[in-house]
Design a protein around this ligand. Structure first.
Ligand SMILES: [Ca+2]
Length: 265
C-alpha cells in the first residue's frame, strides 16, 4: 500500500510483508472480548474479534469478510493482518493475554511459526502475551504440520488454546496428544447446561483437562446460572455476553483502568 504523506497513522493497516490486495482491509478493525477470572471480577485475558468499521451492503459483518477473502484468495492476507493488528494492540495492555484466531489452514503453513516469531520481535510485544486459538480441524487435517508449528511457537513463548472444543471430533484422547495450554469450551456445550447429560460432559471434560494441567475458558456464557455451573465444574475463565461483549480497544483500556481502582467497602 503506498504510504500517504500527512495521514496520521491512527489505524496502521500495514501488514507483515504481504501486499494488501484490496481496499477491504481499510474497513476492518479488531474488538476485544474479555475472559474473566472464575469469580467474574477481573479481566484475565481478551480475545481479538474481527469487526467491520463501516458496514456496507456487500460487507455487512465478519461472515461477509470471511466469504470475501475466501473468494478472492486473501485468507492468508487476512490472517496476517489480524495477527499484526492484535500484536500492536496488545502493546496497550502490558501483561494481558491476547487471544488471536487464525484460519485452520494457517497452522499447516510451515511459515507460520517463523513469521509469527519474527513479527512479535518487530512489534516489540512479548510472545507470552499472545495466545493463538487453534481449531481442531487444523490438527485433524495435518497433525504433523500443525504440531511442528505449535511446538515451535510454544518454545518461543506463545501460548496455544484449543478453540471451540466440543464442536468437532473432540476425542478426549486427542487432547492428550495436543501440546496446548488451554481449552476453550464451546458455547454449544454451555447452552446445554442444565440438561443432565451436557452437565456431566462438561464436568468430565473439565476434570480431564485440569488433570493434564490445562487451563479452561468457558465461552458464550449468557446467564448467571450458566456461570455458576461452570464455576462449580472448575473452569478457570469465563467469556460471554453475561460479563462483557466484545469492545473496542479504548473501552477495554477503560475497563482495565476501572478494575485497578480499589472499590470502596
Ligand atoms: Ca476463538
Amino acid at each position: 500500500m503506498p504510504k500517504q504523506p500527512g495521514m496520521a497513522p491512527k489505524h496502521d493497516n500495514r501488514n507483515a510483508g504481504f501486499p494488501v490486495q484490496d481496499g477491504i482491509f481499510d474497513n476492518l478493525t479488531l474488538h476485544y472480548q474479555p475472559q474473566m477470572t472464575a469469580d467474574g471480577k477481573m479481566v484475565a485475558a481478551a480475545e481479538a474479534l474481527l469487526r467491520v468499521l463501516q458496514p456496507t451492503e456487500t460487507l455487512r459483518n465478519t461472515a461477509d469478510v470471511l466469504a470475501h477473502v475466501e473468494e478472492t484468495g486473501q485468507v492468508a492476507v487476512l490472517d496476517w493482518w489480524i495477527a499484526e493488528r492484535a500484536c500492536r494492540d496488545a502493546l496497550r495492555w502490558p501483561g494481558l493475554s491476547i487471544g488471536i484466531n487464525l484460519s485452520a489452514g494457517r497452522f499447516r503453513d510451515p511459515e507460520l511459526a517463523p513469521r509469527l516469531i519474527e513479527m512479535v520481535k518487530a512489534v516489540g510485544v512479548p510472545a507470552k502475551q499472545i495466545e493463538l486459538e487453534v481449531v481442531e480441524s487444523s490438527y485433524i487435517e495435518d497433525f504433523e504440520a500443525a504440531n511442528r508449528n505449535i511446538n515451535q511457537l510454544r518454545a518461543a513463548g506463545f501460548r496455544i488454546a484449543l478453540d471451540d472444543f466440543g464442536t468437532g471430533f473432540s476425542s478426549l484422547t486427542y487432547l492428550l496428544k495436543m501440546p496446548v495450554d488451554k481449552l476453550k469450551i464451546d458455547k454449544s456445550f454451555v447452552d446445554g447446561l442444565g440438561e443432565i447429560k451436557s452437565t456431566a460432559i462438561v464436568h468430565a471434560v473439565v476434570a480431564l483437562a485440569r488433570a493434564v494441567g490445562l487451563k479452561i475458558t468457558a465461552e458464550g456464557i449468557e446467564s448467571e446460572d450458566q456461570w455458576r455451573m461452570l464455576k462449580l465444574a472448575g473452569c478457570h475463565y469465563m467469556q460471554g455476553w453475561y460479563f462483557h461483549k466484545a469492545m473496542d480497544p479504548e473501552a477495554l483500556t477503560a475497563l482495565l483502568a476501572e478494575q485497578r481502582i480499589p472499590k470502596p467497602l
